[in-house]
Design a protein around this ligand. Structure first.
Ligand code: AMP
Ligand code: ZN
Length: 109
């Protein structure tokens, strides 16, 4: 499957990795919309919040935990968490991802 976030999660395409575990990867967005702009991405390919199967909800909700833990580790004390859902919701990459944005000038992604 030609999915850029699957390739990043498999280390086939390089990214600026902030954190990684067996289930998820946190890396810097290449077009940052804030001083700190990370993407929290599961290694499993799931298209979108629109298409989560019931078994995958724990994995999807674990992305919030991963974002919070990584922010705490990096001493980031306040941030926005954003899921863009579907084209009409601004989702351009069809592999589910959570945006974390922090810093003074935050634009919504
Ligand atoms: P969305 O509009 O919610 O689908 O967000 C996709 C995000 O992925 C955008 O903010 C892009 O800047 C970012 N992005 C796309 N390709 C890459 C990449 N190769 N490495 C890091 N970020 C990327
Ligand atoms: Zn994928």
């Amino acid at each position: 499957m030609d999915c850029i976030f699957c390739k990043i999660a498999a280390h086939e395409v390089s990214s600026d990795i902030v954190a990684e575990d067996e289930a998820a990867m946190v890396f810097k967005d290449i077009h940052p919309k804030a001083e700190t702009h990370w993407l929290i991405v599961p290694k499993k390919h799931i298209h979108s919040v629109l298409s989560v199967e019931s078994d995958d909800w724990p994995l999807v909700t674990s992305l919030i935990k991963k974002a919070a833990e990584t922010a705490r580790d990096q001493n980031i004390n306040g941030y926005k968490l954003v899921f863009n859902v579907g084209r009409e919701g601004g989702q351009m990459v069809d592999h589910i991802h959570l945006h974390l944005l922090a810093g003074k000038k935050i634009e919504l992604p």
